[in-house]
Design a protein around this ligand. Sequence first.
Ligand code: TAP
Length: 461
Amino acid sequence: MINLRTSLYIVAFAMFIYGLMGLTGPRTAVRGNLIAAAGMVVAIVATLLTPHIGDWPLIILGIGLGVLVGIPAARQVKMTAMPQMVALFNGVGGGAVALISWAEFRHSGGFAGDAAYVIVASLFATIIGALSFWGSLVAFGKLQEIVPGRPISAGRLQQPLNALLLLGAIGCAIAIGAGDHHELLIIGVLIFASVLGLVVVLPIGGADMPVVVSLLNACTGLSAAATGLALNNTAMIVAGMIVGASGSILTDQMAKAMNRSIVSIVAGGFGGQVVAVATGDSVDRTVRATSASDVAIQMAYANRVIVVPGYGMAVAQAQHVVRDLAKLLEDKGVEVTYAIHPVAGRMPGHMNVLLAEADVPYDQLKDMDDINDEFARTDVALVVGANDVTNPAARNDPSSPIHGMPILDVDHAKTVIVLKRSMNTGFAGIENQLYFDPKTSMLFGDAKTMVGKVIEELKAV
Ligand code: TAP
């Protein structure tokens, strides 16, 4: 039986890793997801083969409830609400880990007689699991707009408060480690860590939540791995480490693509407000507005067009009309590609997901590094609701808050059309130098409506 279980676990791990590899590209992502899910079923079956696993009716009830809630929730969730969904799923993982540690504490009479590494791993899992659960719930609330998205902080008292709560949790944990088996101590660990989870995430702005969710996801993975260590369960160790490692890499890549440190994201206070930008006297402050008919003519006579989608395309749900526009242009012999910035939108892969939903062929989606050299030989760059990811200040202006953030070199194209509703700023709250470039024309309006108008005009060209 042990050999069968071990073999099944190895099969499950191979499927997790193979599935994860599939998630690296849009073409293989769905298959990768299914393989990893099947791997999880194998791991659950292997775990259920453990002798004296426990109360079967309770286990079946738990699985039944999970299936009943999970499947309809995943089916009904809109693509745009995916970050909230991930926050919830991640949160319950952390909560489960914290509860397992509490149950083990009771079961073992306060970890009495357990090896030191078991006690340390269990207490680590309790703290991180409870923190991730409550932190993820706040992230869910902010993304769902149940909790205000603006930073809610205790001002100068914030850091001392965080430190006090952390010390409280660690203090109770040390007392347990030192041999005190009183249950109030583990409840103390849970309460301190839970409140810490709440007060750490509340001061972070709503738009930074995807990064926070990814960070908490990594924490949940690590806490699950620690529980696996304590329970001597290989599946939990491996799955937890995979989640911890992939979550950490994703968080790091998101932070790098925004040119911000993870510490500055957690410290909050970025985005949402207008920041004064040093533009220099020499900059021409005139903006040129254009019309749908002019844009149609300009694009109809172009050889190459690059579409640059951003958050505004997602808000307007304009991906379908953008695809129709691209098809129409292709019928007229224009070469169309899409430039995808790694943090365009508000969640990892946001633009890929929307454009895939609109059946845009994958080979037309080009990553930033692959397309940036192409802008110089492009007749028209059509920016649809993207702002920060096209701002040349990131390259040219050392005083800009986004200086150093890699951007799409839209300003290298021969002409640029920017489609947005107003001169309002994007997520970073700063003015975009691109709009004042003499070769840029602004097409003001809602992305879906205006692309629709351009399509009508294009049909008449
Ligand atoms: P943003 O810089 O946020 O700009 C989006 C623009 O869309 C706005 O300037 C807005 O201008 C326009 N817009 C909004 N609704 C529109 C509509 N209905 N029709 C047309 N335009 C509309 O977007 P971006 O360029 O995609 O950059 C993403 C930003 O989010 C970056 O700063 C990034 O660091 C940050 N961020 C990204 C992530 C991930 S993982 N993707 C996570 C957290 C933060 P108007 O109001 O004038 O229309």
